[in-house]
Design a protein around this ligand. Structure first.
Ligand code: THG
Length: 346
């Protein structure tokens, strides 16, 4: 359950879905990624209060990955902010109740905005063959949409926003479906026109997102972690002159923790989330998956910097024994780790 809405976690097995996603095209019902629409003369002001990322120069038709933070710097949500017109934004949210918080801020700061959850539901088309499939359904001009840009595309005479985005690193698009009566026909057309592309149903995939270093709200980050600790520094504008609830806390923060990657060079089942150096706990695993492409077990670990010191090898309790894991920066740089990708066993 994500945003009070059902979301599939797998269709065949997580590993079969993974290989299919990396080689073909999948259609994902990610309607749980709800939209919070903020409209009115103070729309930008409200969004800037919520995020420490500078959106003052944002252009219409662009998408922005933005941490939303409370006054302590803790992460409330990590949506995609979409600027549709000068006074109309959507926040395509992760799994916490943003509308209520936004409405509270709008009231408290006496802002001239309306905050609603519109009847708009994302449908993702992901994978290396996504562009070809989208061109067959929406026309060739869909190929011109650049990464994290969005524009209205006509489907059966109805304009729907279409962005080049999605929660995988395999490439693809997201269709913001705004007409329930067209959702079924659109789904069926994507499957009919994608048969020779081996189209299949899919959903955000654990293996792919861990390999790609995509963080999950509620697992790898949340109210008690800041974007700096989670490695989202590039989405925090510490030096910008912005009016944001969290910016002064984030400027003052001396991070005591850091989210890092962990690589164990064999398949295993991790039996305890704590990891150790010389018997002392130095961090906690927040997500993990075996990578069939690289033949290693991968994890994200929220490390205590004082406890970790300069160590990069940690002890991990597994079903096999205590195994050594290598800590590394995120996203994983497999080449630098000496790992080369394998192709699937068919
Ligand atoms: N699509 C839509 N809504 C969403 C998600 C989505 N809402 C919830 C969740 N996913 C929000 N979280 C993310 C996290 C990362 C990215 C998108 C949404 C992402 N990041 C890119 C990266 O890490 O390379 C690029 C970020 C950037 O450069 O701005 O795509 O997936 N509709």
């Amino acid at each position: 359950v994500y945003n009070h809405t059902l979301l599939a976690t797998k269709f065949r097995s997580i590993e079969e879905d993974y290989w299919h996603l990396c080689e073909n095209v999948q259609v994902w019902d990610v309607s749980c990624e709800k939209q919070v629409a903020i409209s009115g003369p103070d729309a930008y002001r409200l969004i800037q209060l919520m995020t420490p990322r500078d959106l003052s120069k944002a252009r219409i038709g662009r998408c922005f990955y933005v941490p939303l933070c409370n006054p302590q710097g803790g992460i409330v949500n990590d949506p995609i902010a979409i600027k549709l017109t000068e006074n109309d934004w959507w926040l395509s949210i992760a799994d916490t109740d943003v509308m209520l918080w936004a409405q509270g801020l709008a009231t408290g700061f006496n802002l001239d905005v309306t905050v609603t959850e519109p009847d708009v539901w994302p449908l993702a088309v992901q994978g290396p063959k996504a562009e070809d499939l989208m061109a067959r359904v929406f026309g060739e001009s869909v190929r011109d949409i650049k990464f994290f840009n969005i524009k209205p595309m006509s489907y059966q005479g109805v304009d729907m926003q279409v962005a080049r985005s999605g929660w995988s690193k395999q490439g693809g698009f997201e269709i913001y479906v705004n007409d329930a009566s067209l959702a079924g026909p659109l789904w069926d057309e994507l499957f009919a026109k994608g048969q020779d592309l081996n189209v299949g149903p899919g959903c955000p995939n654990l293996i792919e997102r861990v390999e790609s270093g995509l963080l999950s709200l509620g697992n790898d980050m949340g109210y008690d972690t800041t974007p700096i600790e989670c490695g989202l520094d590039q989405y925090v504008s510490l030096d910008a002159d912005i009016d944001s609830l969290s910016i002064s806390a984030l400027r003052q923060l001396v991070p005591q923790r850091q989210l890092m990657g962990l690589v164990i060079d064999q398949a295993c089942t991790i039996s305890e989330s704590n990891v150790y150096v010389d018997g002392q706990c130095v961090g906690e695993i927040t997500s993990q998956a075996y990578s069939p492409k690289y033949g290693v077990h991968l994890a994200f670990v929220l490390c205590s910097l004082p406890a970790l010191g300069a160590h990069l090898k940690v002890d991990v309790n597994t079903n096999l024994s205590v195994l050594k894991g290598q800590l590394t920066t995120l996203p994983f740089n497999f080449g630098a780790l000496g790992l080369t990708p394998k192709t699937p066993v068919k």
